[in-house]
Design a protein around this ligand. Sequence first.
Ligand code: NAD
Ligand SMILES: O=CCc1c[nH]c2ccc(O)cc12
Length: 485
Amino acid sequence: MTHPAQPTASHFINGAYVEDTSGTEIPVIYAATGERIATVHAATPDIVEQALSSAKAAQKEWAKMTGTERGRILRRAADIIRDRNHELSVLETYDTGKPLQETLVADATSGADALEYFGGLAGSLTGEHIPMGEDWVYTVREPLGLCVGIGAWNYPTQIACWKGAPALACGNAMVFKPSETTPLCALKVAEILHEAGLPAGLYNVIQGMGEVGGALVTDPRVDKVSLTGSVPTGKKVYAAAASGMKHVTMELGGKSPLIIFDDADIDNAVGGAINGNFYSSGQVCSNGTRVFVHKNIKEEFLKSLAERTNNAILGNPLDEETNFGPMVTENQMNIVLGYIEKGKAEGARLICGGERADMDGYYIKPTVFADVTDDMVIAQEEIFGPVMAVLDFETEEEVIARANATEFGLSAGVFTNDLSRAHRVIGQMEAGSCFINSYNDAPVEAPFGGVKASGVGRENSKEAINHFSQVKSVYVRMGDVEAAF
Ligand SMILES: NC(=O)c1ccc[n+]([C@@H]2O[C@H](COP(=O)([O-])OP(=O)(O)OC[C@H]3O[C@@H](n4cnc5c(N)ncnc54)[C@H](O)[C@@H]3O)[C@@H](O)[C@H]2O)c1
Ligand SMILES: O=CCc1c[nH]c2ccc(O)cc12
């Protein structure tokens, strides 16, 4: 019998599902059991062509519509997503293995927020009037044209919406390629956008690995590439886009610091460290995986952290009691287990976890290492799994320098009851998305993105509009033209 997660077809192009079984088979594996629940096929050159040409053809008319008309469609799609939240959350759980307890509140909800927010902004995307004496300049905010979105596997619904909503609001068309690991959810986003009235061709989803992504990025018709992925992929995609002088948004990885001072509320700080390391089983780009704890409160912090972490409920992700799911794939599980072994070999003190859970699926127990030093591999590399490294510090100056001593710059957090210190420390963090007495909040109203190797550009907020549109300026002379000859 066909599994309920099996999509109608692999791709969604020009307003309809499209199949081409001659493309490489991509199995969709449910991380909680290891069972194959669906199969899709990678896009062939013909599918890539269909997606790009239909997007290119549809974009001009879309851009001519008023922003209010475009926004109405996006807001209608947001309403449909909210109405179908349960069904979409179950699909997100099948796609990623993340517990339903999480997906019910985080994924389709966050996607709907983006569609509602950018749908609301679409009608107010205007230029400005600049007086120049008798003359004047006016500016027009125009779409970029054809945008490509490429997704990571940790938030397939959210990423499809975070890229699609601002792109469409600004009058662009999008071809979206989800991660080959989680190909299902973006198809539903495309289906719902069209059900809400989006004209055919404006949001196409095609499947495939890096090769398909590469074909999209290098196509001369493409004006912009927005990637969510790892730093090594980001460097390749950025370079390919640059050679075609394309706009980019790069949402990449991190190894973010979370600094806990000795005057912090310990319960809140432990909660922040748990949210910033174990949500989605640690598969969140902005996670605060280097937890710097002041030496005066280190043992108290670790005791409470271990007690609370040992309460995590690992189990069937579709059971709403479960609050900690498996790694997305067997491969990701093995990568993370490899880092855990490195941590042990490097002499870090294991506080809890540190091994695979004794159950089917790709589960790793939430793991905390203490006495981690800056030179250890587990303190330097992005693990993208449930492995928290706790490091000691003594002074503010010292911890700021150590927190910034990384090529990454996605996020940073601080817990302290001294708000002057909180702002002073955050002001010196080399990071794009920061938190004070909290961690990992990502509302659509706030810009999200990194500095240094963690990325270029911002998603969400009004900032995203700047990254999916461009400004034309028009100088208007009211008098005669003076010329030298
Ligand atoms: N900053 C953010 O917003 C954010 C959010 C989620 C995940 N991430 C990062 O994503 C990474 C995990 O996701 P992943 O393993 O799917 O990342 P990845 O870099 O392996 O793949 C990301 C996407 O890029 C595609 N791709 C790979 N090579 C390509 C190429 N040469 N040209 C075009 N496309 C190519 C993949 O098929 C996939 O769709 C982590 O590093 C994580 O931090 C960042
Ligand atoms: O990893 C992707 C995006 C993201 C960053 N921080 C958070 C927090 C909560 C989420 O649902 C997603 C994200």
